[in-house]
Design a protein around this ligand. Structure first.
Ligand code: PMP
Length: 326
């Protein structure tokens, strides 16, 4: 059974077991299902890795109770780590370049974390260096580093994927997910490829992002508005394994903007841009399975809706495309 029907002792127990909901703008013969990750206490998929990475690191003795977790992060991962840190008796410090969403920084502080800002022009590189610098000065501190920590993908292998598998009685034919770190897709791909090696696996990125370079394709690096997925530097990613991926789908910001509005107006999903990108790719995969262009062992296509549009209202997600700041 999914969902939490019993009283829970803390928000940690409320992480996961999110609803899996059919996306209706897809072929009847090949249904698409999306896991609604904004149902987590920190309102995103990153609560799963926040809880999972910190619990494993405590078990392994990488840090002790009262220790400090430090992560360079601009977004949902900080919130997910902050939710878990306090409940596990840990301190949290996030190093965030100034230009990133003020709302997310406010939420991290509200959850008891300290936020250290770095100048925007120095980018994420400086934030990473600063995080390691702070860790060295403290006695018991770790930098989980979601872009290189195998526990990130493992969290999805151990929780997201089995929850989907159970809900669909093992009938998953294709897995589609946008890649920021790639942790979500890698964990799910590993799980479902073990269940059936022919499971079709699709990575999703914004047009202008460079994940396709992992498959030897040439990419024109461009800025994009879709948030939370994509990369301009594949060398900083140690999680993404191209051998686990059949194709990488690059989605245009304009299509994402239109799909975000459609998902809300027609299907009642208040989800953000990476969810819309996933929906577009998942529906395309479903049509191609129906038309015999993709061979998949089962007819269901699964994806995730990582977070909610409410987190980005101030950026104009539901205004015109030009007004959407991305
Ligand atoms: N969507 C959103 C909104 C995110 O914040 C993230 C994480 N950056 C992703 C998708 C991608 O998840 P992952 O890092 O597991 O690839």
């Amino acid at each position: 059974m999914t969902g939490h029907r019993e009283p829970l002792s803390s928000v940690l127990e409320a992480i996961g077991e999110t609803p899996l909901v059919e996306v209706h703008d897809a072929p009847d013969a090949v249904p698409v299902y999306a896991k609604l990750e904004s149902f987590n206490p920190g309102a995103s998929i990153k609560d799963r890795i926040g809880k999972y990475m910190l619990e494993r690191m405590l078990e392994r003795g990488d840090l002790g109770e009262g220790g400090t977790v430090i992560e360079p992060t601009a977004g949902n991962t900080g919130i997910g780590l902050a939710v878990a840190a306090k409940q596990l008796g840990l301190e949290a410090i996030f190093v965030v370049p100034e230009r990133f969403s003020v709302e997310k920084q406010q939420l991290m502080r509200a959850l008891g974390a300290e936020v250290v800002n770095t100048p925007s022009e120095d980018g994420m590189g400086l934030a990473i260096d600063r995080a390691h610098g702070i860790a060295e000065e403290l006695d018991d501190a770790v930098v989980p580093q979601q872009f290189s920590n195998p526990l990130n993908a493992e969290a999805h292998y151990e929780t997201t994927a089995p929850e989907i598998d159970a809900a669909l009685d093992g009938e998953v034919g294709a897995v589609v997910a946008g890649c920021g770190t790639g942790g979500t897709l890698m964990g799910m791909a590993r799980y479902f490829r073990e269940a059936d090696p022919d499971t079709h696996v699709v990575a999703v990125e914004p047009a202008g992002s460079a994940y396709r370079e992992f498959l030897g394709q040439e990419v024109d690096h461009e800025e994009y508005k879709t948030e939370g997925i994509g990369t301009h530097d594949i060398d900083t990613n140690e999680l993404f394994d191209p051998d686990l991926v059949d194709e990488i789908d690059a989605i245009d910001d304009r299509d994402v903007h239109e799909e975000m509005a459609r998902l809300a107006a027609e299907e009642g999903h208040l989800v953000a841009s990476s969810s819309a990108a996933n929906a577009i790719a998942a529906k395309r995969v479903a049509r191609e399975i129906r038309d015999g262009e993709i061979d998949a062992p089962h007819d269901a296509v699964v994806t995730v809706f990582p977070d909610s549009s409410e987190r980005y209202l101030s950026k104009g997600v539901y205004r015109s495309f030009e007004e959407w700041e991305g």
